[in-house]
Design a protein around this ligand. Structure first.
Ligand SMILES: C[S@@+](CC[C@H](N)C(=O)[O-])C[C@H]1O[C@@H](n2cnc3c(N)ncnc32)[C@H](O)[C@@H]1O
Length: 301
């Protein structure tokens, strides 16, 4: 039997839509340009509704009733506007991630990259740039703790996780996760998470290996301040940028790499046509990029 929803059920939604302030093409473009200037993130035309709902959410918190008022607030000078710009960015970024995403990268790291680097340096700096809620940086710490440090006890390893979103970084610093973050995590690493009341806490010895901070990859000075980086994971981040920003950020990331340092991008990403300052290196079932080291040859694998 067919059942029809009575029209009165839709009335509250229709009423809510009527009460929303208009979000025309010009308003959409102004916000899109502002977000692009602040973060390099380009909000495509088909994400207009998504942007509108995120803006409305912030406007509701602030008690504002028009997009124009909100835009004016965001572009004022002073710390309140800067804080609100951060809130706006927090609300639009995609912070989807999980432990051991693309596990072949971690295998290449621990089997090939770290031993090669450790033969030449006794202090290694690993950077997860665009780490979202921290699972990537903690995964690095777990492989380092379980597989690398026992074999190379004389090497000091520093791991940094940074992201544009202050909310994501707060979650990373808390080190508490829910089951979706553990999806696909190799069983041998599960002891690094302690279950308590349905959430999973990263154990203290892993937390002690990682430091987190808010960092906007668009800020060249901030990226340069991370140098010299031996291993840089910047996975599934560059894809949110326009081609022009992608090239600029990739070039600064490569500048932050130490000679002979490695850069991993997402499994579906490439640096071909974006920068030629790094060389493609093949590993088992994956690849990464290596910054040339002057006279040294890229070792055969
Ligand atoms: C999909 S997540 C990737 C997380 C992790 N790297 C991974 O591969 O699972 C993309 C992250 O890039 C961050 N991001 C976007 N623009 C950024 C920028 N300008 N500076 C720093 N991080 C940025 C977002 O906040 C988000 O957390």
């Amino acid at each position: 039997m067919l059942r029809f929803t009575p029209p009165e059920v839709f009335l509250p939604f229709a009423e809510a839509a009527r009460q929303e302030p208009p979000f025309g093409q010009q308003t959409f473009r102004r916000f899109r340009e502002l977000i692009y200037q602040l973060s390099g993130i380009y909000v495509a035309d088909n994400r207009r509704y998504f942007l509108k709902t995120r803006l409305l959410r912030r406007m509701q918190v602030l008690g504002l009733s028009s997009f124009e008022e909100y835009f004016a607030l965001l572009t004022e000078p002073g710390p309140d506007a800067a804080r609100e710009r951060q809130e706006l960015l927090n609300s639009i970024v995609v912070v989807e991630t999980h432990f051991f995403r693309s596990p072949e990268h971690f295998t290449a790291l621990v089997r090939s990259v770290l031993p090669e680097l450790a033969a030449r340096r006794h202090h290694l700096r690993l950077w997860s740039a665009g780490c979202a809620t921290g699972e990537e940086a903690y995964s690095l710490a777990m492989v380092v703790h379980r597989e690398f440090l026992p074999a190379f006890p004389g090497v000091q390893v520093e791991i940094l996780g940074t992201d544009l979103s202050s909310e994501a970084i707060a979650t990373a610093q808390a080190g508490r996760y829910f089951p979706p973050s553990l999806h696909g995590m190799p069983a041998e690493y599960r002891p690094y998470l302690q279950e308590s009341g349905g959430e999973y806490r990263v154990v203290p010895e892993i937390r002690a290996l990682v430091r987190f901070a808010v960092l906007n990859l668009l800020e060249e000075a901030s990226v340069r301040s991370m140098a010299p980086v031996d291993v840089l994971f910047c996975r599934n981040v560059l894809l949110y940028f326009s081609p022009e920003v992608r090239k600029r950020v990739a070039s600064h990331l490569v500048d932050a790499l130490a000679p002979g340092g490695y850069l991993f991008v997402g499994a579906t990403e490439t640096l071909t046509g974006i920068t030629d300052a790094v060389q493609l290196v093949h590993f088992v079932r994956t690849l990464a990029y290596r910054k040339p080291e002057g006279e040294l040859q890229v070792p055969a694998r």
